[in-house]
Design a protein around this ligand. Sequence first.
Ligand code: PGA
Length: 262
Amino acid sequence: MQIVILKDSAEVAAYGADIFIKQLQKKANSVLGLATGSTPVSLYRGLIEACDAKLVSFRDVTSFNLDEYLGLEGTHPQSYRYFMNQQLFNHIDINKAQTHVPPGDADNPLEACVGYEEKIEAAGGIDIQLLGIGRNGHIGFNEPSSGLMSRTRVKTLTKATIEDNARFFRDDEYQPHLSMTMGIGTILDAKRVVLLATGENKADAILATVEGPLMAACPASALQLHTDAVLVIDEAAASKLSDRDFYIHIENENQKLMAKLP
Ligand code: PGA
C-alpha cells in the first residue's frame, strides 16, 4: 500500500482529484468506481472544476458506484443515485446512461446484484476505484465480518453505520437498514484503488487497515492484498499509525525515484 499523509482534508481532496484527472488524461474512456459520503465531495468539486476548465472530459467515461440503500428509488434525496447526480453527474459532461449505481429499488435485489457484477465485467472491469472508509473499517457497505472475497450482494448495516448516516435523514424519514454493495472481492478486482480518509474519527480504522492483520473484522484491511492501493489520509486520520515517519520517508523516496524516471 502506498500511504500518502497530507496536512488536512483540503490537501487530501486535491491530491485525490489529481489522481483521477491524470487517469482521465491517460485514458479518456476509463471505467471509474465511485463512492458517496462526505469525504469524496471536495474531490468531486475538483473534478467539476477540471471539467469546466476543459482539462478533462467525462464523455467516454463509464462509472460504477460502490453501493446503494435497499428500498430507495434513485429520485429519493437520500439515495446514492440522487447524491451522485447532485454532487457530480449533473455538473460534468458524462453520459448518465453510462453511470451505474446498484439498483436499490430492484424487484429482485439478489438477481440485480449478479447483474451489477456482469455489467462491471462487460465494461472491462474498473480502472480506478475511489473509496471512503467507515469508523468500523467498512469499505462500500462491506461491514465487519464481510467475506474478503465477497461480490456484490445485499448487506445488513451495523448500528454504528446507521447512526453515522442518520445525520443525512430527517427524524420522520425512513432510514434503510439494508444495502446493496459491491463486495470486497469486487473492489479488489479494480486495477487501482484510492482510499481517502480524513479526521480523527477515522484514525482507528486507518490503524487497523495499515498495521492490523488482514481480517474480515476490518474490511479495509483487505487492501493489503491489492497490488496498487493508495491511501490518501490527513494528519488526523494518520495520528494513530506507529510507523508514520517511515511512511512519510517511503513517500519522499518514491517522489525522488519518480522524478528521475524518463
Ligand atoms: P464519510 O463515509 O466519507 O461520510 O465519512 C465514509 C464511509 O462510510 O465509507
